[in-house]
Design a protein around this ligand. Structure first.
Ligand code: PMT
Length: 406
């Protein structure tokens, strides 16, 4: 990645994720960016100015009222110098102060004084992140043009599990690089993507589902949207924030997903089935909570419609159709069989044995199409998605003149 000569201010607020920002700054320097670091007083409890000075190559700015620092580069000068300000981690407290326009420390003052883009990588306890007030503050900031990076979901330092983990340093770097080198080459292209699991109800309080988190499908939606495509994201129940510029439609069950997907498919140039759709649903859903009176119980399951196969076999307005295959054995053979049986243009096979891929941050894929194949090596799902978009577009161009006509 190349950010040669780009002038970046990295703001660090108080949070345990601050240790990851050291690696982010190292990556920025490796990408040849010019970096200045600003610490809030709370951040100093987590990382030292000395470490950050060594990593960034410059003295760290800490106080608004420091005459020495103001002599070196005053805060207004720093706000003008920055081509982008990245705040990582962005704590709930900082987000709240920033959202109401406070300027009570150096970092919040810089944010008010700059006309450059500001990126926030929030990091906090999942409950704090889910709070309505935090969400309102983030929405207000996004409406003012602030770009959100993450957060990710998963295990947190406090022991909780949920959304609130700071994005990985590579993800923050990718977001920044995308901003500087936006290529909107897919404008006018319509893409529908299914993502996440489906839930098949047993009774009003129970359901059958799987471990899909939606991360792979959301990463793909984001990667297409960044290149200017019009993306419809048909999502099962997941705990993820919608990517920017994506039209998200939430569904619960496979049947619901089938209805929306078939309706969307004919309006799109490309259809991608990344969802882990439940193959079966319960034949007779209990109207009331089923009581545990018997030692054993049996559930009769019936087959759900196969969404991607129905799209692949459309006789009119059939989009370029890409499926995924999640396999624990004979990955390539089973995937190639699905490519043919479901009448797909491409299939992306992932080896999900040993608990890999589902809900993980990384993935690797084997792609197959009629007459070709390619391996995409293990990467973060976001990076992998960007590569996959390139591959899908390359194959799509062979079947359609739409993009060449753009
Ligand atoms: O969501 P993540 O945690 O990030 O995990 C990503 C993933 C593992 C879910 C994703 O990479 C993936 O592999 N998705 C497809 C999972 C799956 O259900 O595979 P399958 O081999 O069972 O299905 C093959 C294809 O048929 C898929 O495109 C699937 O969307 C589609 N299908 C399956 C059943 C069905 N009733 N309708 C379908 O459209």
């Amino acid at each position: 990645m190349n950010l040669s000569g780009k002038r970046i201010v990295v703001g660090i607020t108080g949070g345990i994720a601050a240790y990851k920002t050291i690696e982010f700054i190292r990556l920025l320097r490796k990408a040849e960016a010019e970096v200045r670091v600003v610490l809030t007083p709370a951040a100093e409890e987590f990382v030292t100015p000395l470490t950050l000075q060594a990593i960034s190559g410059h003295a760290v700015s800490q106080s608004l009222l420091d005459p020495q620092a103001e002599l070196a580069m005053g805060h207004i000068e720093l706000a003008k110098w920055a081509q982008a300000i990245v705040i990582a981690p962005a704590s709930a407290d900082f987000i709240a102060r920033f959202s109401v326009g406070m300027a009570n420390d150096l970092l919040s003052t810089l944010c008010l004084a700059t006309s450059s883009p500001i990126f926030l990588a929030p990091a906090m306890n999942q409950q704090m992140f889910a709070q309505q007030i935090t969400q309102q503050n983030l929405t207000a900031l996004q409406e003012r043009g602030v770009v959100l990076i993450g957060p990710n979901s998963g295990f947190q330092a406090c022991g909780d599990v949920g959304a609130g983990r700071m994005s990985e340093p590579e993800e923050i770097l990718t977001a920044l690089s995308d901003f500087f080198y936006q290529d909107q080459d897919l404008q006018g292209l319509n893409v529908a993507i299914t993502a996440g699991p489906t839930r098949e109800p047993i009774d009003p309080v129970r359901y059958i589902s799987n471990y899909s988190s939606g991360k792979m499908g959301f990463a793909l939606a984001e990667a297409f949207a960044k290149r200017g495509a019009n993306v419809t994201l048909i999502s099962g129940p997941v705990n993820l924030i919608s990517p920017k510029n994506v039209n998200r439609i939430n569904v619960i069950s496979a049947q619901e997903m089938w209805h929306i997907a078939l309706e969307s498919a004919v309006k799109n140039h490309i259809f991608i089935g990344c969802a882990a759709v439940a193959d079966y649903r319960v034949a007779k859903v209990g109207e009331q909570k089923i009581k545990k009176s018997e030692a054993e119980m049996q559930l009769k399951l019936i087959k759900n419609p196969d969404i991607i196969a129905d799209v692949g076999h459309l006789e009119e307005k059939r989009p370029f159709t890409v499926g995924f295959a999640a396999e624990t054995q004979h990955v390539a053979d089973y995937a190639k069989d699905k490519l043919q049986r479901k009448n797909l243009d491409m299939i992306c096979a992932n080896d999900v044995s040993n608990g890999q891929v589902f809900n993980a941050e990384e993935n690797a894929l084997q792609l197959f199409w009629k007459g070709g194949s390619k391996i995409l090596a293990l990467k973060s799902k976001k990076e992998l998605a960007a590569d996959l978009v390139d591959e899908i577009i390359e194959q799509y161009r062979k079947t359609s003149s739409f993009l060449t006509a753009l």
